[in-house]
Design a binder for this molecule. Structure first.
Ligand code: GTP
Ligand code: SPV
Ligand code: MN
Length: 613
């Protein structure tokens, strides 16, 4: 039996509640050793992982890992929110009773870490000293060393973060057990994996994966799901899948902050890492605060809405990242950054990595190259053109490595929010940007956010996969209650942020090309939005919001055909009629949806009916 008390004493972990928690799970999982982790242990843990073959060297200060081939993404079907109150059941949160989930997970985890080390990771999901830090403290236990290495990059890790708890019990208990990956029946009816957040007990129990959001419990499980629940239960804050950026205007000296939600894989990281287009670079600078999660609250002193990024790193999509699309991302994974790549292609002879879209063509000389599963490219059958890297392959790097990181990203105060944007991946209908009139219409717009469900081939005619507030996979409680809470939090701010809907993904119906160049040029519609808020431009009123006129949008240095520009700045009324009918059905699913949201819906529908006349 491992001497847990001795290990905790040596680590200086005095909090009696934490000690009790660690002891309980060490016993239940049967771990053979217990080790308390601090960020300062990173170099040693990296060495151990290299020695054990869990990591492979990918050049100076860069590492490569491969996950089990059936364990490559967050699993939405196996993710559950459990509480003790059936009223917490929503449409998307996959609710189950806590009394059912806890014993089930304990059974799965019992004895599952025999022969393994249980790492204890005290962490903080907030800039130190932030006023929401009480809800940001957690202790993850995990039986997997690469998970520890990822947690050190993605969150602030160390025993010190547990020291100043007002209530020794105020920490999230985050239990991660990998189990036997080869025998979990992933994706079959016998699937053994369970990813459960027992939200009203602030306990996260994840069994059966060592990949991404399934395993790094600070990020999605605590930073989004648990925090969304806590924000609602405490009536104090919101936790959203949002990026958060600063825009500095060197001419006026003003700073603006914009946050916003786009569903997974819809461009948050790319927007947060955006360099101003060359033609505007002398005047504007974009700084990175966060690329995946923001917590929002009203600052009692100045009455404004504030935001902060609880994370400490970036877990970014590798695919299509290159010098043209995102030079900032490439710089953040360069030599000496201690980056970890997962599931990209790897060449052990040269220690190089490659992924689809890194260069237009894969390396011409395939000798030494292995695909993401570790199979030699040279051995492939002729005609085998399966991707070298997994489509969800990622890089994990800390915020310090991001060239445009905001100087004050680590400041306790957070930043005041000027605008909130929602953006889906929609090939038609949604203009480049439309500003929204008020908070209720903003929340209504967020609730009806979607990304293309399928392409036309699969026959869903213009219908979106709705992703309310870009939070569908992370909803912790009912959508109606969520909307009411959002209205209350943001509504309490003295100065209201301006809301807008953006779309970088509209395509030409004939040849399919993107009508808007996207990436760095996305700064242009955002500048217009800030001007609109400042009363410097008026825009053009439409039934679904205010769109820029062609003259108002700063297009210096951008080459876009007049016809394309006209399309992305106009409203396709017949397509909107179709959409409005779908929305009615979508919203009707939500219990206790506030009347303000229905009113906003009816306002937009009535304006559209008139637009038709
Ligand atoms: P998660 O980490 O899964 O939450 O994703 P994310 O929202 O951060 O998405 P990310 O920035 O990684 O972008 C996803 C994909 O969209 C990548 O393949 C990008 O290259 C592509 N993308 C991002 N911005 C644009 C854009 O402005 N235009 C076009 N055409 N593609 C874009
Ligand atoms: C997402 O899928 O939205 C992510 C990656 O940010 S994961 O942490 O795996 O959820
Ligand atoms: Mn995400």
């Amino acid at each position: 039996m491992v001497d847990v008390e001795k290990v905790l004493d040596e680590a200086g972990l005095a909090n009696p509640k934490v000690r009790e928690y660690v002891r309980y799970w060490a016993e239940l999982t049967g771990a053979s050793q217990v080790e308390v982790v601090d960020a300062a242990d990173d170099a040693r843990l990296i060495r151990e992982a290299l020695d054990a073959g869990e990591l492979l060297p990918a050049g100076e200060g860069r590492y490569y890992s491969r996950s089990y081939h059936k364990d490559t993404a967050r699993s939405e079907e196996r993710t559950i929110v459990a509480t003790n109150d059936p009223k917490d059941k929503g449409v998307y949160n996959n609710w189950r009773p806590a009394s059912e989930m806890r014993p089930l997970l304990e059974d799965k985890m019992r004895g599952a870490s025999v022969g393994k080390t249980m790492y204890v990771i005290p962490y903080l999901m907030a800039p130190p000293g932030n006023e929401l830090a009480t809800w940001a403290t957690g202790v993850q236990v995990t039986d997997t060393r690469t998970v520890v290495l990822h947690m050190i990059r993605m969150s602030r890790v160390g025993v010190g973060y547990l020291e100043n708890l007002e209530d020794p019990d105020q920490f999230v208990r985050a239990v991660h057990v990998t189990g036997d990956l080869e025998n979990h029946g992933q994706g079959t009816p016998e699937d053994k994996r369970y990813f459960v957040t027992v939200a009203d007990e602030r306990t996260i129990l994840h069994f059966g994966s060592s990949y991404g959001g399934n395993a790094l419990l600070g990020k999605i499980a605590h930073g989004l799901r648990q925090a969304a629940y806590d924000g609602w239960a405490s009536k104090k804050f919101l936790a959203e899948q949002y990026m958060l950026i600063g825009i500095h205007d060197k001419e006026t000296g003003k700073d603006y902050h914009i946050c916003g939600g786009f569903p997974s894989a819809s461009g948050k990281t790319n927007l947060a890492m955006m360099l101003a287009p060359d033609a505007l670079g002398d005047r504007y600078h974009v700084s990175f605060y966060g690329d995946d999660i923001a917590w929002l609250w009203v600052n009692e002193e100045d009455g404004r809405l504030y935001g902060m990024n609880p994370e400490y790193g970036v877990f970014g999509v590798a695919k299509d990242t290159n010098e043209g699309t995102n030079p900032t991302a490439l710089a953040s994974v360069g030599e000496g950054t201690q980056v970890i790549f997962t599931n990209v292609a790897y060449n052990p002879d040269t220690q190089e990595v490659w992924w689809e879209g890194r260069t237009p063509q894969p390396p011409a000389d395939v000798s030494g190259w292995l695909d993401w599963k570790g199979n030699p490219i040279a051995d492939r059958e002729p005609g085998d053109d399966s991707p070298w890297s997994h489509p969800n392959s990622r890089f994990t790097t800390t915020l310090d490595n991001v060239p445009n990181i905001a100087e004050d990203y680590n400041a306790a105060a957070g930043v005041p929010i000027d605008a909130i944007i929602f953006g889906g991946r929609t090939r038609d209908r949604e203009p480049l940007i439309r500003a929204i009139h008020d908070l209720a219409e903003g929340v209504y717009d967020g609730l009806t956010l979607g990304a293309e469900a399928t392409f036309a081939a699969e026959g869903v005619d213009g219908q979106l996969r709705y992703d309310p507030m870009s939070n569908r996979p992370f909803m912790a409680y009912g959508e109606g209650d969520y909307a009411a809470h959002y209205l209350k939090i943001v509504g309490a701010a003295k100065e209201q942020p301006i809301f807008a809907h953006v779309n970088w993904f509209q395509r030409d119906p004939e040849d399919g090309h993107f009508l808007w160049p996207g990436y760095r040029d996305n700064l242009r519609p955002l500048l217009w939005l800030l001007q609109l808020k400042n009363g410097e431009v008026k825009g053009r009123e439409t039934a679904v919001g205010i769109v820029p006129t062609e003259d108002e949008l700063n297009l210096v240095g951008v080459d876009i055909p007049a016809k394309d520009l006209e399309t992305i700045l106009s409203i396709n009324v017949p397509r909107w009629h179709q959409e409005i009918a779908n929305r009615e059905e979508h919203l009707a699913q939500f219990e206790r949806l506030p009347e303000e949201i229905w009113e906003a819906h009816r306002r937009v529908a009535a304006a559209l009916a008139e637009a038709d006349d």
